[in-house]
Design a protein around this ligand. Structure first.
Ligand code: HSE
Length: 400
């Protein structure tokens, strides 16, 4: 029997306990031993819950119990998860987490501590919810030089954008629905401002390079400026609007950014709707591969945590390779990246646009506005061209 503890009995933590219970026989066959949740750490009590007897409030009960070999950290946030994780790893207990904030802040350090103590720090559930992307990058794609990753990495905003586009639902209404469905972070700002996707792409970009891409260096825009009118234009253009997280290595210059993009009907990510996430990976040998699945929610995320638990259980006393060291990657300036831009300005600006922006493609939707797509240019050149335009209503990047 392998004893497991769960830190945090919220949406994902309770899902972890459910996955281990419901699939216990199957997991026992796959591991060769049965898993048992011995403790649940939480500040709260859960009277009436079938696992109430397992709930403890003192982390040291778990850390000091030599029987506990694997911990699921599903608390979220950096404090106190960082200290608890570090202490557990130092005692040789493997930790499996869904906590992207902690992974993005301390991933390489915690991986190193795990290695020194012959255990594992695993974080499959930290990116893309239930999608197996971290293990894929560490194993199945290990022969690749990954040159580009484009991800839809936040389930809440993808759900919101899908509903706003299809049903014309208001921003506030659709955010509330996402929160009720258990997709959103405790603080919805993390989702809608792009911070959650930013941490996730920083983790993927780190694994892509083997070094440390700091999320603070990633240029990030959320979806709060997207309006119903933008969707009207997107519809007219046969495009959709998605919050993309992109890590792009061009000749050794890595740019990483998060922002809303218009993408065409033929783009592989166009059909990724609702809470689904996808990670579109380009390798130098493999070419393109896409990983798709539920990016948020109790059981899909818990399933990824438990898959890590199974991997740890199969490898007690052994650290699995995960190439991610503490050397900080210097990112190239995203302003040098070339692309097209969709722009809406007031109609009076038409002449100025034709003068300053060059051969544009006009998109006609309403009389009061002048909307267009620019030729391909760097972000820097674009900024220079539109800085003198008055009444800019909206700018959305276009991913071809
Ligand atoms: N709030 C996150 C999302 C949860 O919506 O994707 C999963 O990381």
């Amino acid at each position: 029997m392998i004893q497991v503890a769960v830190f945090g009995y919220g949406t994902v933590g309770s899902g972890v306990v459910q996955v281990i219970d419901d699939n216990n026989d199957l997991i026992a066959k796959r591991v060769g031993e049965r898993l048992n949740v011995k403790y649940i750490l939480d500040l709260r009590d859960f009277p009436g819950d079938k696992n109430q007897e397992k709930v403890v409030h003192d982390v040291n009960i778990i850390l000091d119990d030599p029987e506990v070999e694997i911990i699921c950290e599903t608390m979220g946030g950096v404090k106190p998860a960082y200290q608890y994780t570090k202490s557990a790893l130092e005692k040789g207990k493997s930790v499996c987490t869904s906590n992207k904030e902690l992974v993005a802040n301390h991933g390489p350090e915690l991986i190193k501590i795990a290695e020194a103590n012959k255990c594992n720090y695993m974080f499959e559930a930290s990116v893309g919810g239930g999608i197996p992307i971290i293990r894929a990058m560490n194993t199945s794609l290990a022969a690749e030089n990954i040159v580009k990753i484009i991800g839809i990495l936040n389930g809440t905003t993808n759900y919101m954008l899908t509903k706003m586009a299809g049903e014309g639902t208001s921003y506030d209404e659709v955010l509330k629905k996402a929160q009720d469905l258990g997709y959103a972070e405790r603080n919805p700002e993390a989702d809608v401002e792009g911070y959650d996707a930013c941490r996730k792409i920083a983790i993927l970009a780190s694994l892509m390079t083997g070094h440390y891409v700091k999320y603070e260096d990633v240029y990030t825009e959320g979806i709060t400026a997207i309006t119903p009118m933008d969707f009207e234009y997107a519809k007219k253009l046969g495009k959709s609007i998605k919050l993309l997280a992109i890590a792009d290595d061009r000749d050794g210059k890595l740019t990483v950014m998060v922002a809303p993009f218009m993408i065409g009907a033929n783009h592989q990510l166009n059909g990724v709707n609702d809470v689904f996430n996808a990670v579109y990976v380009t390798g130098n040998m493999l070419d393109d591969a896409m990983f798709y699945g539920r990016g948020a929610g109790k059981l899909p995320t818990a399933s990824a945590v438990v898959a890590d638990v199974i991997e740890c259980a199969r490898n007690i006393g052994r650290t699995l390779p995960c190439l991610w060291d503490e050397e900080v990657v210097r990112l190239a300036d995203y302003k040098e990246v070339k692309r097209r831009f969709f722009v809406r300005v007031s109609r009076e600006q038409r002449g100025a646009v034709l003068n300053q922006v060059g051969p544009i493609k006009e998109v006609a939707v309403c009389d009061e506005e002048f909307a267009f797509i620019t030729p391909v240019m760097t972000e820097k050149a674009f900024d220079d061209k539109i800085k003198n335009l008055k009444g800019v209503l909206s700018v959305i990047r276009v991913e071809e």
